[in-house]
Design a protein. Structure first.
Length: 139
């Protein structure tokens, strides 16, 4: 399926880390090369300004690349545990109580890990609190 994350994708995020390292190394090499040029070049070329611009560009590039690395790793992290939105249950009735009555043929079962699965929200639940007034909402 198209939305299934490939097994190699999580490790491929290190590509961004490698890009950040390469950008840093080449920027430092460029600065060192620039500073070791003959003094006649320094008289014509504003070396300080160029070095400053290279440092700013490198910093921005590395920060953005590292942000891509962190986003990639957190988004593609394998989920070994439960989903944060899963509803804990002990019986199928616990799932139906949260999700509402299921249409015929639609399973809403308590799975083997103790979380509801296959449920469909039906929006047919009525509030059970005695002091809940539906009139302000137009019902």
């Amino acid at each position: 399926m198209v939305v299934t994350v490939p097994s190699w994708a999580y490790d491929f995020c290190y590509y961004y880390l490698a890009v950040a390292a390469v950008v840093t190394i080449f920027s430092l090499y460029t600065i060192v090369t620039l500073l070791t040029l003959p003094s006649i070049v320094h008289k014509v070329l504003p070396t300080g300004t160029v070095v400053f611009n290279i440092l700013i560009a490198t910093t921005v590039s590395v920060l953005l690349t590292m942000m891509q690395f962190w986003i990639c790793r957190s988004a593609l992290k394998p989920t070994a545990g439960k989903e944060s939105f899963a509803v804990a249950c002990k019986t199928d009735g616990d799932c139906t109580a949260v999700q509402g009555t299921q249409p015929a043929g639609q399973p809403c079962t308590c799975g083997a890990r103790g979380f509801c699965g296959g449920c469909q929200m039906n929006n047919n639940m009525q509030p059970t609190a005695p002091n809940f007034d539906l009139q302000p909402m137009g019902f």
